[in-house]
Write a protein that binds this ligand. Sequence first.
Ligand SMILES: [Zn+2]
Length: 272
Amino acid sequence: MLFDSHAHISDRRFDKDRRGLYQQIRDAGMVVVMDVGSDLATSLDVTRTAEENDFCYAVVGCHPHEAKDFDEDQLTLIKGLTTKPKVKAIGEIGLDYHYDFSDRESQRFWFARQVQLAVELGMPLVIHDREAHEDVLGILRENGAFSRDRKARFPARPDGTPDARVLLHCYSGSAQMAEQYVKLGATISIAGPVTFRNARRAREVVETLDLMHLLVETDAPYLAPEPFRGRTNIPPYVEHTARKVAEIKGLAYEEVALQTCRNGCRFFNIEL
Ligand SMILES: [Zn+2]
C-alpha cells in the first residue's frame, strides 16, 4: 500500500511508454498517485490522466517557474478545473528563488492569487519552496492559508490539532521550521533526497515530526531516491523513501506505508 503525494506522470518524458508506466504503478500495488500540474496546459493534462486512471488524482495550478506567463484568464480556467471530482488540490504553487525562471514580483503575485483561490474554494494547497522560506510563509499567512476560518472548514487531525491542508512538497528546510509549519496546521512531504548519503537535514525533519504529519512522494520524473539516484524517477520508487522514513523512525516499513497512505487520503479528501 503506497501513496505518492507528488509526481508528474503526465510529463512528456513518459510519453514513450505510458501504458508501461501505468502497469508498473499497478504492479507495485500503489493506491494513489497525485499527478501535479505546473501551468494551464499541464493542469489540463493531469486532470485528463486522473479521469482515465483510477489510481490517479490531480493537482492544478501555476508553478513559480511559469508565473511570468500566467494571467487572470488562465486562473479562471484553473478554477473551472477544480469542480471536477478527481481534482483534489491547488498546486504546485509557491516561490523559487534558486532558479528565478520568473521574476520574483510575478512569482509572488500569482502565488498569492492562487492561495486566495484555494482559501475561497476550501481546497488543499501544495507548496513549492526553493530558497524562499520567509516569503513563502509570509504569503501563506497574509492570504489566509492558516486562518481560523480556513481551519474550521476541515476536520481536525487525529491528535486533535487543526488542519490547514497546506502541504510543503519536497520539503528541504530545517526541522525547526517544519515544526513551526506543523503547529500552524501544515503537513510535510518527504522526497527522494532523504535517501541520499548527505541528507542530514531531511533526516532530522523525519526524526522530529510525528508520522501523522508526514507524507512521502517521488516528484517523478525528478529526484529518484537511492538506489536509483540519477535515473528517471517513477512513482513505485516511493517505496525507497518510505523505507528510509521507517528506518529513521525505527518503525516497520508496512506501518509507514499504511500511515502515509491514510495521511494522504485525509489530506486530499480521497475515499478509497
Ligand atoms: Zn513537482
